[in-house]
Ligand binder design. Structure first.
Ligand code: 0RA
Length: 641
């Protein structure tokens, strides 16, 4: 497996042929073992090493783990567990430590009594870290002695040696990732490491994890230890939110085969943040443990609501989405043989876990409600109001749909439509204000340009439930004019225009309206943005008057050029204020005519850097999941108007 073939060291030969082949495969196809050779794979090495120590903690033998980023891109992971055994391993004839470090899948404990993190998604064992490092040093304190062995590219560089007598016990693994494997570099992200270590500490109640970054001039240090475990995790997630009850609900259940812990707290907000883990691995794609959780949650809450008369006989049951509105929850399952499925292997597949979690919840949640009736009442009220809002939203949506059928041609009265019926050729200008709408109407080419004037500020969709949003007449006109419908019912092929152009004044109010419109599209018609249908018109930034002649100037460079070309002449330069200042010809030339205008296309930034998706999704990052509306930098000019 090493770069330089080992010829001399006879003691390793016979017993470890299979071992050699094993680790050779890791170096040949590293991505198969750690997912990638990019930054994500690189960080995987740390998770792999830390997982082994966390296993030791979960087995009850380790209380503290130290993770240090060293200069020269080394990583040191130290724990105060029992220490990797150093006695002879039966099958290999080598010390157990040597076997663990050089044999694939021999990373964990040799017994299978404990739930292991290693053995899960990461679980390829510490030997993989060894194989992909230029150098690895393992130090073990056990049975009153310090032991040490070093490796290069996975090969022992010397036999395990007893260094000196030493008290206590523990394991320390220090490794330097091989830059030949990790082509994008071997520099770790402190943020990524900190986030994952914090998560690990939340998930392993009471375990102390210390992080040190010794790479810079100043050492950075942070310690994580949560006596409350996932209860503290939920509190952390809700730190910037507004809980509607003080006590975080907590349940756990185990039966020897599996174990589950659940923590819940509802907030005044509308978003649902459910984080689930299986053997400490974030199951981003959910799976059976989450399914069991959801089913039991909906049922228990309905039962409680009916038992307390909070839901009357005539009332319909609360739906899943109602009871989860504003909910922050962490579900942590531990099981012996986790099966990970899905695109990113982050969906738990074990079917027995569904009913396991469901039963545990059905037992514990009603008990919790009994003990906390006041909290229970608040939660039911919240869910009921979500249910009413859902009803109202459906009604409003039906109304919009009916309206669109009844009105002339199904279109809003304010819309001046174009004559073309070919969406690919058609564009609609969403124009702020009736007067600007009038100029735009004069300036347009009615063959393919439609005008939809919007009056005043449109409703902020971030701060209002869908029902309210849909009552807003401006929003109704928008939806009917565009023709796609919204939300789940949206159909992009029904878009009546392939260019939806926002045309607002170049001032703060205009910028605000533009943001509100973009937020609406982003939240309720994301596909029009994804398909590149949404544009921002660029009205001029200045007007320059020389004598009676007005010149419209698009940007600062143009202004400089204009000034240079007209030096010595008396000119009156003004920041352009509103669309109303231009006559129809000017508006056409500067802003609307495809031959002379410039448009900015609105684009979405990538959801998440790949690395983050995999390992650091938590805390406020849940919020960061939202897409980011990214506009051209030029656009910043609107802010200082
Ligand atoms: C195998 C057996 C035992 C402990 C370990 C491995 C072990 C591995 C690592 C890796 C990092 N830290 C670790 N700590 C322990 C149990 C041996 C016993 O029964 O004492």
């Amino acid at each position: 497996m090493s770069k330089q073939k080992r010829a001399s060291d006879a003691s390793y030969e016979a017993s470890s042929i299979q071992v050699l082949e094993g680790l050779e495969a890791v170096r040949r196809r590293p991505a198969m073992y750690i997912g990638s050779t990019g930054p994500r794979g690189l960080h995987h090495l740390i998770w792999e090493a830390v997982d082994n120590s966390v296993d030791e903690a979960m087995a009850g033998f380790c209380t503290r783990i130290d993770v240090t980023l060293l200069p020269e891109d080394g990583v040191r992971v130290r724990d105060n567990g029992r220490g990797i055994p150093v006695d002879k391993h039966e099958k290999t004839g080598l010390p157990a430590l040597t076997t663990v470090m050089t044999t694939l899948h021999a990373g964990g404990k040799f017994d299978s009594d404990a739930y292991q993190v290693s053995g899960g998604l990461h679980g390829v064992g510490i030997s993989v870290v060894n194989a992909l490092s230029t150098r690895t040093v393992v130090e073990v304190v056990r049975n009153g002695n310090l032991w040490e062995q070093s490796f290069a590219y996975g090969d022992p560089v010397a036999k395990l040696k007893k260094v000196k007598p030493m008290k206590r016990s523990g394991t320390q693994v220090t490794f330097w990732a091989d830059p030949d494997i990790f082509e994008e570099g071997t520099e770790y992200s402190a943020k990524t490491v900190v986030t994952r270590l914090r998560e690990m500490a939340f998930l392993t109640k009471g375990l102390e994890i210390r992080f040190r970054d010794e790479r810079g001039d100043e050492t950075f240090e942070e310690t994580f230890r949560y006596a409350g475990g996932i209860v503290d995790f939920v509190k952390h997630l809700n730190a910037s939110r507004e809980p509607i009850h003080n006590q975080v609900a907590y349940f756990d259940h185990s039966d020897g085969e599996a174990e589950v812990e659940i923590a819940l707290q509802w907030t005044a907000g509308y978003t649902e943040s459910i984080l689930s883990f299986a053997n400490n691995i974030n199951t981003h794609e959910g799976g059976t443990h989450e399914e069991g959780f959801r089913t039991a949650l909906t049922r228990s809450i309905n039962d409680f609501a009916r038992a307390r008369g909070l839901l009357k006989e005539k009332d319909k049951n609360l739906q899943g989405e109602d009871v989860r509105e504003g909910l922050t929850a962490v579900i942590s399952a531990k099981l012996r043989q986790p099966q990970f499925e899905g695109q990113t292997k982050t969906k738990l597949g074990n079917t027995e876990i569904r009913s396991f979690v469901q039963k545990a919840m059905n037992q514990a949640l009603p008990e919790w409600f009994e003990r906390h009736p006041g909290e229970g009442r608040k939660i039911i009220e919240k869910a009921s109001s979500a249910a009413r809002a859902r009803d109202a939203a459906r009604q409003a949506r039906d109304l919009t749909r009916r309206k669109s059928l009844l009105e002339s041609g199904g279109l809003p009265g304010k819309l001046s439509d174009c004559s073309s019926k070919d969406p690919e050729l058609s564009e609609v200008f969403i124009v702020e204000g009736d007067s600007a709408g009038g100029s735009a109407k004069q300036a347009r080419n009615s063959e393919f340009q439609a005008i939809l004037p919007i009056r005043g500020k449109i409703i902020n969709v971030e701060k209002n439930r869908l029902a309210r949003v849909l009552q807003n007449t401006e929003i109704q006109s928008l939806i009917t004019a565009i023709g796609t419908g919204i939300g789940d019912e949206m159909d992009i092929t029904k878009a009546r225009y392939h260019r939806i152009i926002i045309l607002t004044d170049a001032d703060v109010d205009g910028a605000h309206i533009r943001t509100l419109l973009l937020t609406f599209f982003f939240r309720h018609m994301p596909e029009v943005i994804e398909h590149g249908y949404v544009y921002i018109a660029q009205p001029p930034l200045y007007s320059a008057k020389i004598g009676t002649k007005t010149t419209w100037i698009q940007n600062d460079e143009e202004l400089d050029r204009f000034k240079a070309a007209n030096t010595g002449r008396k000119m009156n330069i003004q920041r352009f204020k509103g669309l109303g200042e231009m006559n129809a010809n000017e508006l056409a030339d500067t802003t609307m005519d495809p031959d002379s205008r410039t448009l900015l296309r609105v684009q979405l930034e990538e959801r998440f850097s790949a690395e983050q998706t995999f390992s650091t999704l938590m805390g406020t990052d849940v919020e960061a999941r939202r897409l980011f509306i990214q506009q051209n930098a030029k656009d910043v000019r609107f802010l200082d108007a």
